[in-house]
Design a protein around this ligand. Sequence first.
Ligand code: SAH
Length: 244
Amino acid sequence: MVYFIGAGPGDPELITLKAYKILQKCDVVIYAGSLVNKEILNFTKKDAKIFDSSKLTLEEIIDIYKKYKEKDIARLHTGDPSIYGAINEQIYFLEEMNIPYEIIPGVSSAFAAAAKIKSELTAPDISQTVIFTRYGKNIPTPENIKELAKHKSTLIIFLSVNYLSEIVETLKTEYPIDTPVKVVYKATWKDEKIIHGTLENITEKAKEIKNTALIFVGEVFKKKDTFSKLYDKNFSHKFRKVKP
Ligand code: SAH
């Protein structure tokens, strides 16, 4: 059995209890050495065979699945495996080989970073939509960030801090210039950095940040008094009964 496990954003305590229990029984562990905190490997069995996927090709990873198909294998992905996790191709081959698998969700860096900037990502009258995206420079990205920006929704941009200035120039054409922008580097790691700015000044403020960061953009990050009606004493009970 192969377990795709969301290893969370960095802090080993942000792994789920389910993932923790599975890790304790797996004979083989493949972890994404570039982003998964090695302290999580302390949760594995003493004699588990450990592989760092950042040094392996897809074929080599598939060979490990094949070789140990009778065993329990943990495949640790950073954050949640469903976001830029590259699990599709692994699932494809596991299904071809009739090897069973399960996906154990994890805390995405998006949510860990939102917690660190102490923000709700949605707010009434401002944005009820969050867009997870990346800047398509060298990678095919069907959606164009300028088109996405037209919605003025909350944006969370992965894998793209290298292109911050280009992104900001594009967003300026759609969002007001004083729209808050936050760059969160290595959320929940010991060397975490959080840079607060606006479309006007974030490029300069965050110029040192070159990787492992998220870019948050949106009016929701302004201090605001547009509270949710959910707990409002005047809010009709009729609406409260509606199941979320
Ligand atoms: N599946 C992961 C994302 C993998 S793509 C998740 O759910 O978080 C890798 C990108 O995720 C990085 O380039 C960066 O944009 C972001 N990332 C991962 N860990 C991060 C962290 N601790 N802090 C900030 N950004 C992080």
